[in-house]
Design a protein around this ligand. Sequence first.
Ligand code: ADP
Ligand code: MG
Length: 419
Amino acid sequence: MAELAYREPEPKIIPGARGDWEMVIGLEVHAQVSSEAKLFSGASTAFGAVPNSNVSLVDAAMPGMLPVINGFCVEQAVRTGLGLKAKINRFSRFDRKNYFYPDLPQGYQISQLYHPVVGAGEVLVDLGPGVARKVRIHHIHLEQDAGKSIHDMDPDLSFVDLNRTGVALMEIVSMPDIRSAEEAAEYVRKLRQILRYLGTSDGNMQEGNLRADVNVSVRPRGSQELGTRCEIKNMNSMRFIMQAVEYEARRQIGILEDGGSIEQETRLYDPNRGETRSMRSKEEAHDYRYFPDPDLLPLELEQEWIDAIAAALPELPDARKARYVADYGMTEYDAGVLTAEAETARYFEAVAGGRDGKQAANWVINELFGRLNREGLALEASPVGPAQLGGLIDLVGSGEISGKIGKDVFEILWTEGGD
Ligand code: ADP
Ligand code: MG
C-alpha cells in the first residue's frame, strides 16, 4: 500500500507581552453511531421527529426496564477503531456515570470509563501538501447520549425532549498532540472524513451528530510540561472551534502574563460575542461515583469477529490519496480534492477507468466540481454522470474535438443531457 511522505508543521508560536507561547490541544469528539436504533433500546434515532416520540420505556427509565446492548453499535465502534489503526479491546465493560439532570431520566449515563472497547490509535491530520501531524488517539468508548432541555421556548417553563436519550455515541479521545486552532479543525475534519468513509457515523455537525469538547492549555515556547487546561464543551462547527481555541489561548496567556494561574474548568463558547465563558469548575471522575453497570454483562469480543470486520474495511482516505498520487501521477492537492468523500472518489474512478487519470482529474475537478460549486449542488444532483463525462474526455483525447469545444459540449450535457 502506498503511503505519502510528510513532515510535521512548523511550530505555531503565539507572541506574548513577555515571551513566546505555544498552545496544546486535545479533543474529545462525540460521534453519533449511524444506527437506526439506540444503544440499549429499540427506539428510533431519526432526526427531527416530534419531541418525545422516539422514547422507549427503557429510555424513559421506567421501573423494571432493562438495557439490551445493540450489537450493531458495538460493531461500528470496533470498525471505527480499526479504521484509526487502534487496538481493539476484546474485554470491555459499561459503567454508570451518576448525575442528576432533567434530561437524564435514569439518573446516570451508561458509559465506559475503566474498560473502553477501543484502545490507542492514531489519525494523520493533513495540513497541506507534504505536511501532516500524527495525532494519537487515547481510546474510544461507547456511551449514551442525554436528552435535550429546552429553556428558550417559554419565559417561565423549561421543556425536556427525550428523543436523543440513549442514542449511541462513540467518544473518540485524542492525546494532547494538537498545536494550533487550524490543526484542531483539520483534526475534526479528518476524523469526520474517516467516519464517513467507514459509514460508522454521518458526521452531520448541524444535526449534532459530531460534537467536540476542546481542551486547551498554553505553555512557554519550548516547554515540555503541560499547562493547566480548560475544556470548551460541545462545539459543533469547525469555524467556531478555531475561534474558541484562539480566544481561549489568548485568555490564558493574558492571565499567566499577569502573574495569575489557570483554573481547570469547563467553559462554553459564545459565537455571538466571540469569547468563552466559565460554565462550571472541572469535575473529577470520583464526583460521578462511577461503577460497573450491574444490568449489563461485560462485552467479550471474539478475535475472529474482529478479524472479519478488519477484512471488510473499505480503502480509507490516506491510502486512497496515496494511490491516486502513485497511479495517476496527480498532485497531492488534487488527490485530496478527489478523495474528500467516498462518493467523489467513486465518481472519479468511474470516469478515470481505462482513461488518462490526469485528464480525468482535470475534467472532474475543474469542469464538474467547479460547476457544482457555482450552482451549490451536491455530486448526487449532478446532471452529468461519469459515463457521459468519460465519453466527452475520449472525444477530446482522440483529437476529434478540441478542449475548447469539449467545454461547450460539457455545457450542453449539463443543460440538455444526452451523450
Ligand atoms: P478527563 O478525563 O478529566 O476529561 P483526560 O486526561 O482524559 O481528562 O483528558 C481529556 C482530554 O483532554 C484529552 O483529549 C486530552 O488530550 C486533553 N488534555 C489533557 N491534558 C491536557 C492539557 N494539559 N492541555 C490540553 N489538552 C489536554
Ligand atoms: Mg473530559
